[in-house]
Design a protein around this ligand. Structure first.
Ligand SMILES: *Cc1c(COP(=O)(O)O)cnc(C)c1O
Length: 493
C-alpha cells in the first residue's frame, strides 16, 4: 500500500500563482492609480508586467512560501514606484566634486556663474536675436554678441590701447576645434614649425602632430625635446613656412636641462622673417594668478602684450566660462578662418553665446566672483573650519572622520605643477575599505566624488559649494550609523 502522497508540487505552485494579481487588478489598485498622476499609463503597465514576471519566475524556482509571497505582493506598488522613479533619472546628473580638482574634465570643467545660467535660461526658453539685427530688422551675425565685448575685457585687463584696431575675435566649439580650424585655414599644404618639446598630447586624443596632419599642414619639427632655441626656428624657416606654432605645455612640466624661447623672441623672429606666430594658449587664463599664490602661468594678456598674431584658448578652463574655443588674432588671419568652409561646422549655439556673454560681463564687473576664481580664493582656514564643522557631527565608531591638510590642483589641462593649500575630510570605515567607501559615496544622490590617498578617502571641500556641507554631514552620519551591507550601492555593486 502506498502512503498518502503529499500535495503535488505543481498543485502548490499553482496555488501560489493564483495569488498573483493581474496587471488589470494592479492598475486599479489605489496606490497605482495615484502613480497615474505623474507617470504615463504605458510606462506603469510595463513596470507592472516586469514585476509580475519576476514574481512568477521566483515562484517557479520555488523561492516563495505563501506568506513571503503575500508580503511581496503587498510591496508591489512601492517597488513599481521605485522603478518608475529610477527610470526618470537623467543620465547627466549633478555631482558633488570633492576631489579638490577645480577644473575636472570628467566632471564638466568650469562651473558657470548663476548670472551666466540666468542669461542662458532666458535665451534658451524663448526666441532671441541670435542672428537678427534689431536696428535694421535684417539678418545679423551671431559673433557680434561677444566679439567686441571680449576685446573690451581683454583690452582693459591687458592695459593696452584700442585692442579692436589690431585684433578680431572668433568663437568656435572648443579649443581643439579652434587649433584645427586655424591650421587648416592658414597653413594647409604649407609648413608649420613646432618645437619638439611641444609635440604634446593634451588629453582625450588631442595630439598636436595628429591635428596638424589632419588639418593638411606639414609639421616641421624644430630643436630637441628639452631644448629649442630661436636659432633652431630660424634655421627651419623656408619660403613654405606658414606659421610658427607655440603650444602651451598644459598638462606636464619639464625640469632640468631645458630651454625654450619666450613668446617675445618668437614674435621678433616671426616679424623679421614674415612668419606669423600662433599661440595655442589653451588654458584661457586671462590674468596672472599671482594673487592666488600661483605664479608663472601663461595668460592671454601676456600673449596679447607680446602681440601674438593668433591666440587660441579654451572657454571652460581657467577662463571660467562655457565650453568654447576662443580665437583672437589679427584681422587678416581671423577673416581667413571665418571664410573657411569648415568654420560653419564648429559653430557655437545660442546657449554658448549667452553663457559666454554673461561671463564676459562678469569679467567687466567683478572677475573674482567667477566660480573658479572664487573657489581658488577660499582660504585654507575657511575650508578647514567647514571640514571641522562636518567631522564634529560625524565621527562614530564605524566611521572615523578627521580634518587633514591637502593640496588642491587646478586640473583640466592647466597649471600642472600648481598646488593650492587646502583641507579635506579624511574618512576611514572599519567595515568598508577605501575603494568600497568611495563607491558608497558615489552611490549617494547626488553622488559625492572623493579621492583615495594612503588608504583613506579624502573629501577636499575647496571644490564643494558650502551649501552642500549640511548634505555631506547628514549623509556621512547616515553612513556611520548604517550596517555596511545596507549601504548603497552595496559592497558588490
Ligand atoms: C585644453 C587645451 C586644448 C583643448 O581644448 P578643448 O577646449 O578641450 O578642446 C588645446 N590646446 C591646449 C594647449 C590646451 O591646454
Amino acid at each position: 500500500m502506498m502512503e498518502q502522497a503529499p500535495e503535488p508540487v505543481s498543485d502548490s505552485l499553482a496555488h501560489l500563482f493564483r495569488e498573483l494579481p493581474s496587471v488589470h487588478e494592479l492598475l486599479i489598485a489605489e496606490p497605482i492609480q495615484i502613480l497615474l498622476r505623474s507617470y504615463a499609463r504605458g510606462q506603469i503597465v510595463q513596470a507592472c508586467r516586469t514585476h509580475l514576471e519576476v514574481l512568477r519566475m521566483e515562484i517557479a524556482l520555488g523561492n516563495h512560501s505563501r506568506d513571503g509571497l503575500k508580503n511581496r505582493i503587498a510591496e508591489l506598488p512601492s517597488a513599481i514606484e521605485k522603478e518608475l522613479r529610477k527610470q526618470r533619472l537623467y543620465s547627466l546628473r549633478p555631482v558633488i566634486n570633492a576631489t579638490g580638482v577645480l577644473l575636472h574634465t570628467n566632471l564638466g570643467r568650469a562651473l558657470l556663474s548663476r548670472e551666466a545660467m540666468q542669461h542662458v535660461t532666458d535665451i534658451a526658453c524663448g526666441y532671441c536675436n541670435l542672428e537678427f539685427d534689431l536696428e535694421t530688422g535684417a539678418r545679423g551675425k551671431r559673433d557680434i554678441h561677444t566679439e567686441s565685448l571680449l576685446l573690451d575685457v581683454l583690452q582693459s585687463k591687458a592695459g593696452v590701447g584700442r585692442l579692436g584696431e589690431t585684433y578680431r575675435a572668433l568663437i568656435v566649439n572648443n579649443c581643439a576645434a579652434a587649433a584645427f580650424l586655424a591650421l587648416h585655414a592658414l597653413a594647409k599644404g604649407q609648413e608649420v614649425l613646432v618645437s619638439r618639446g611641444e609635440l604634446v598630447e593634451i588629453g582625450g586624443g588631442f595630439r598636436i602632430p595628429e591635428i596638424l596632419q589632419a588639418s593638411g599642414a606639414v609639421l616641421r619639427e624644430v630643436g630637441t625635446t628639452n631644448r629649442t632655441r630661436i636659432a633652431d626656428y630660424e634655421r627651419a624657416i623656408t619660403p613654405n613656412s606658414a606659421l610658427i606654432l607655440r603650444v602651451h605645455q598644459s598638462n606636464f612640466s619639464m625640469q632640468g636641462f631645458v630651454e625654450r624661447p619666450g613668446l617675445e623672441g618668437l614674435m621678433e623672429l616671426g616679424r623679421r622673417l614674415n612668419v606669423p606666430v600662433f599661440h595655442d594658449q589653451g588654458t584661457g587664463l586671462v590674468e596672472s594668478l599671482d594673487s592666488y599664490g600661483i605664479s608663472g602661468e601663461s595668460t592671454i594678456v601676456s600673449s596679447i602684450r607680446a602681440q601674438c598674431d593668433l591666440i587660441a584658448a579654451s572657454g571652460d578652463k581657467l577662463f571660467g566660462g562655457p565650453q568654447c574655443g576662443i580665437l583672437l588674432g589679427t584681422q587678416p588671419m581671423i577673416d581667413r578662418i571665418r571664410q573657411n568652409p569648415l568654420f560653419r561646422t564648429y559653430r557655437v549655439d545660442k546657449l554658448g553665446y549667452a553663457a559666454l556673454e554673461a561671463t564676459l560681463h562678469q569679467y567687466l564687473e567683478n572677475a573674482s566672483g567667477l566660480p573658479v576664481l572664487k573657489m581658488l580664493a577660499t582660504s585654507v582656514e575657511e575650508i578647514g573650519r567647514r571640514c571641522l564643522g562636518i567631522t564634529e557631527q560625524v565621527s562614530k565608531q564605524d566611521l572615523t572622520a578627521e580634518v587633514v591638510e591637502v593640496a588642491s590642483v587646478l586640473g583640466g589641462g592647466t597649471a600642472p605643477t600648481a598646488r593650492v593649500r587646502s583641507c579635506a575630510i579624511s574618512l576611514k570605515h572599519c567595515g568598508l575599505n577605501s575603494d568600497e567607501l568611495v563607491r558608497v559615496l558615489r552611490g549617494l544622490d547626488p553622488p559625492v566624488i572623493g579621492r583615495i590617498e594612503g588608504g583613506r578617502v579624502l573629501l577636499d571641500l575647496r571644490t564643494v559649494d558650502p551649501a552642500s556641507d549640511s548634505y555631506l554631514a547628514r549623509e556621512l552620519r547616515r553612513i556611520a550609523a548604517e550596517e555596511p551591507r545596507n549601504l548603497p550601492p552595496g559592497r558588490n555593486g
